[in-house]
Design a protein around this ligand. Sequence first.
Ligand SMILES: [Zn+2]
Length: 101
Amino acid sequence: MKCHKCNIELLERTDVSGKDLLEYKYWHCPRCRDEFLDMGQLHEVAEKERALRRAEKAKFSKWGNSVALRIPKALAKAFKIAPGKTALLMKEKNAIKLVVE
Ligand SMILES: [Zn+2]
């Protein structure tokens, strides 16, 4: 993709906003320093924003020498999470991904 003013190739960059919760990509012109999002990038940001608005809050508590996270009932039911079941925790760039096994 080229800059409409300078006619040189734009660079795709990634930034994070909203308390490090929302990562987004945008185009940057190295000459005039214009920045903008194309429709694909805009839709991606909108999708992430909608997911953030649907997010539920969970509180950490002390459990022996560990920290426990209480999963809200509706979420536990939706993912068939029950005591004794296991999950994989994966460190991602700005988050911890939890996959119920
Ligand atoms: Zn430019």
